[in-house]
Ligand binder design. Structure first.
Ligand code: ADP
Ligand code: MG
Length: 681
């Protein structure tokens, strides 16, 4: 139920004066259907309307006192009407194309002195203005400053003003939901004031306070976002899960020691699994930081407790690779491992499904195929989702729903900046692998123009290690990606013959497997590929990564691609071949050359491209904010996160008066869904 005090904010726009059916449609497409939506359509700037002191050389917004001397009304309405006058700056002509003669006669009567405001220009020494914004007999009736709204083409900001003018007097005086200490420290106005300052600045002081007013409104939004995520997390945790205790019965013989970051993350996961709340954790670690092993060790803990484990990978290749590696690592353990991708069909598939349903398979590794309805586990207790950003939010959830109380571990190598992680993954606990295994070689990254591609090709001869050659993304279409890859494959074949392999997304699973196996075995030296190899592939003998048209890739993807090399003993090289670049384009590639830390790269990428681009917002589940700007208000986000935690620890169900104030805000931004979680939790 919507709190009563909020009612004025939900008045439909049709109810405002002057908003007919046509305008209301336009406003709906611009901002939304009720008063609140219009309030959230914040101005993009301020127009000054100063008194003109000199003849405008270029068109200029301003106000001028004009004494009307003559009306020149043409015989036909097709021609403009010109009204002449005198001003302190010289002759003035006011021009109207569509006009009401009676209105002109009244407002601009000959002999009257009228304040005219609008965009002035000068032509042949005469000051001209067409269709003034204001024609008034007193200066005070014309605003000196005016907010400007971001509008679509052809639209008129005055309409927004018209609605805002009517909303302002009805604004509710909401009880304050922000901690008074924060409010004071930041010098923020109240909610009502902030809205007025943004939409209806009256004084110079109001103008100066706009930034702080915007911050305040952004904070309201970020705070409710964080509270919503905390509530979701609480709700998820409260779903009872199986406690999967660490028994140390299934011991893995590792050829290396875990890094201390791996140990720390593993411990966090172990603790979650042992409790009887459901785990919902994200393991975030740069490419090559060794996430798979951590996940496998956690999987063994689940298997010790006689539950089954699902391990999801986004591609066939990756699933198969995990399968081979994990089978090998577990070869001395009493653990049954199955593989299920779209490649397993017919009898083989039936056998896997029946073994799974009877509980003979302990660990099922696979792709989306695992999510299909007819894949039934006997007792699924733990699921791992590798490269989780490759799965849609829906797919992520469908795993949780497959069985009640499944512990979930998401893994991602897309290093998103902390600020974004807070909003994208705020409903999960996060473990961070911030250390790479010892002995990794730094990767020599070079940015090279495509014009030198032939030189690069002939240099490959002298290299001892294997080479990935990644072909460009072409207009986001798989067809044309494929053509580019095939073309490059043929041109390389001319020189290197059998030593060149090709792999792309359109190949059948067994063809892909064959191409990959040949490369792993060292039978092919150069593997030409579309971006299918982007995620997760691990071939230590590959030491060179070449990316063609690197400028078409996101930095995160390039970083992932580069992470495919530098896993063996040899010094690794990454060549970024690029077409003509803009300055920003060049800067982007330089970031990659200069940094090898995924987090730093992600932060730089964020600054250059903005949040929306980083991870295809919708896919990642990152909310789009109305008022907050994630780059501009990054510091507010962590403040909001802390504040949200504090509020919920003191008042878990938001029942105090302060809680009620929070609920109002939650309602404004998050609507019913979250309020329901409050009651459920
Ligand atoms: P990612 O985090 O990118 O998924 P992987 O799990 O594929 O990384 O690990 C990359 C490589 O590092 C693998 O070959 C893995 O066996 C190896 N590896 C993992 N942990 C360690 C470690 N502590 N010491 C040495 N090598 C390790
Ligand atoms: Mg991986």
């Amino acid at each position: 139920m919507r709190p009563k005090i909020l009612a004025p904010l939900f008045v439909p726009i049709e109810h405002f004066n002057g908003i007919g059916p046509k305008l209301s449609l336009w406003i709906k497409s611009l901002c939304g259907s009720c008063a609140l939506d219009v309030l959230w359509h914040l101005p993009s700037g301020i127009n000054d309307r100063p008194l003109l002191k000199t003849k405008p050389i270029i068109p200029q917004l301003g106000t001028l006192l004009v004494e009307i001397t003559a009306h020149k009304i043409p015989r036909t309405r097709k021609l403009p009407c010109i009204i002449s006058g005198n001003s302190a700056l010289g002759l003035v002509e006011i021009i109207f194309f569509h006009y009401h003669p009676s209105l002109l006669a009244k407002k601009l009567a000959v002999g009257e002195k009228v304040w005219i405001s609008g965009r002035f220009s000068t032509e042949q020494d005469i000051i001209k203005i067409s269709h003034p914004d204001y024609m008034e007999n007193a200066l005070f009736k014309i605003p000196q400053h005016e907010v400007v709204y971001p509008l679509k083409a052809g639209a008129n900001g005055k309409i927004i003003h018209k609605i805002i003018e009517q909303i302002i007097p009805t604004l509710p005086d909401l009880p304050e939901e922000i901690d008074p200490v924060i409010l004071k420290e930041r010098g923020w106005p109240s909610w009502q004031q902030a809205i007025k300052i943004m939409h209806f600045p009256q004084t110079q002081e109001d103008l100066r306070a706009q930034q702080s007013a915007h911050e305040r409104l952004a904070f309201d939004e970020l705070l409710t976002n964080q509270i919503a995520l905390h509530l979701t997390r609480r709700y998820n945790h409260q779903k009872p899960g199986q406690a999967l205790l660490f028994k140390n019965q299934l011991k893995l013989d590792l050829p290396f020691q875990l890094t201390s970051a791996q140990q720390k993350c593993l411990q966090e996961i172990r603790n979650d699994m042992s409790s009887n709340e459901c785990m919902l954790r994200l393991l975030q670690g740069d490419v090559g930081s060794g996430k798979t092993i951590v996940a496998l060790l956690a999987a063994l803990q689940a298997i010790e407790n006689k539950t089954q484990v699902a391990f999801l990978a986004p591609t066939d290749i990756l699933a198969r690779q995990h399968f081979e590696k994990i089978k090998n690592l577990c070869k001395n353990l009493p653990v049954n491992i199955g593989l299920l991708t779209s490649h397993e069909k017919g009898k083989i598939r039936q056998e896997i499904l029946s073994n799974l349903a009877q509980g003979y398979i302990d660990l099922l590794i696979g792709t989306h195929a695992i999510l299909e309805q007819n894949v039934v586990f006997k007792n699924l207790g733990f699921a791992i989702i590798d490269e989780q950003h490759r799965f849609g939010v829906k797919q992520r959830l469908s795993l949780a729903n497959k069985e009640q109380g499944v512990n979930l571990l998401f893994m991602t190598a897309t290093p998103i900046p902390r600020t974004l992680a807070l909003t994208a993954y705020g409903d999960m606990d996060i473990s961070i692998l911030n250390e790479k295994p010892k002995g990794r070689q730094p990767i020599d990254t070079r940015v090279i123009p495509l014009t030198q591609v032939e030189t690069v090709i002939s240099h490959l001869k002298s290299l001892s290690s294997q080479v990935y050659w990644v072909c460009p993304l072409v207009e986001e279409s798989e067809e044309s990606d494929l053509m580019a890859a095939q073309k490059r494959y043929k041109s390389l074949q001319k020189i290197y013959g059998d030593q060149v392999g090709l792999i792309h997304g359109k190949m059948k699973a067994d063809e892909k497997k064959e191409a990959m196996d040949k490369f792993i075995a060292g039978q092919t030296k150069i593997l030409v590929s579309t971006t299918v190899i982007e995620v997760g592939v691990d071939v230590p003998s590959a030491g060179v990564m070449i990316v063609e048209h690197a400028e078409r890739f996101g930095l995160a993807s390039l970083h992932q691609l580069r992470g495919r090399v530098g896993r063996g003993q040899d010094k690794a090289i990454c060549l970024l071949l690029h077409a003509r670049l803009s300055e920003t384009g060049h800067k982007r590639l330089q970031i990659l050359r200069d940094f090898d830390d995924g987090f730093k790269i992600a932060e730089a990428d964020l600054r250059l491209r903005g949040a929306g681009e980083i991870l295809g917002i919708r896919q990642s589940g990152l909310p789009l904010f109305h008022l907050a700007n994630i780059e501009k208000h990054a510091d507010l986000l962590s403040l909001a996160n802390n504040h949200a935690q504090q509020i919920l620890s003191q008042d878990p169900h938001l029942t105090t008066p302060h809680g009620q104030a929070i609920k109002n805000m939650l309602y404004l931004f998050q609507k019913d869904t979250v309020i329901n979680l409050l009651n459920a939790g």
